[in-house]
Design a binder for this molecule. Sequence first.
Ligand SMILES: [Zn+2]
Length: 243
Amino acid sequence: MVKELLKKIIPPETVFQFRKIKGRLLHRGNKVYCPVCDYSSARFLKVTGRGRVICPVCRSMERHRLLYLYWKHSTELFNQPVKRLLHVAPEPGLFNLFRKDPCIDYYNVDLGSLWARVKAEITDLPFEDTSFDVIICNHVLEHVTDDRKALSEFFRVLVPGGWATLQVPIKRETTFEDPNVTTPEERLEVFGQDDHVRIYGKDYLDRLRDAGFKVESISATEFLNDKQISEMVLGGVEDIIID
Ligand SMILES: [Zn+2]
């Protein structure tokens, strides 16, 4: 309880500094590397069923490291001119990175996080049309009942020519949802997690197109070599969907 409260009060960069010192004592080495927080270590932290995939400092997972590398090497996000960025349900590592970057005018939105600049539902964003150059929303839509409304809101607040990263877990050919499944117990059994409202399929890309986005997907192997994939522990990471 106290630990949870402290996590909410202490700024992420202070937490990361502390973890780097601790990491140098416990995991000193350079076998793995996290580009999100620029930290080398002997190993990442273990996740049940998935192996050692979590950065011990910023807690980034495979998808965060891959997305960071993609944004850095294949977009102008971290270059001038300044971009207005909307980050939904901010992950601490990315939050820390974005808000310090001089090329990013950073906004984030969430319902529960203390670090959220705006508290709002993504199905009803309190922003005017064409307010943002970039929107980033990772693994949130599978929790949202009216995801089509959220996607249309994202498209509405994005400038023409802007872009978005809207990742979801994709586990089947076609999306499966059932509005009659409403309790956490049922959702755990049917969707695999007690707060998920569907299982996305590859047709998620059509849902993005229906909202107005132009979509393509790119895999890690298309822009990283084997050494980078191994060093940043990106084997099996999901493809990036470019909107
Ligand atoms: Zn990290």
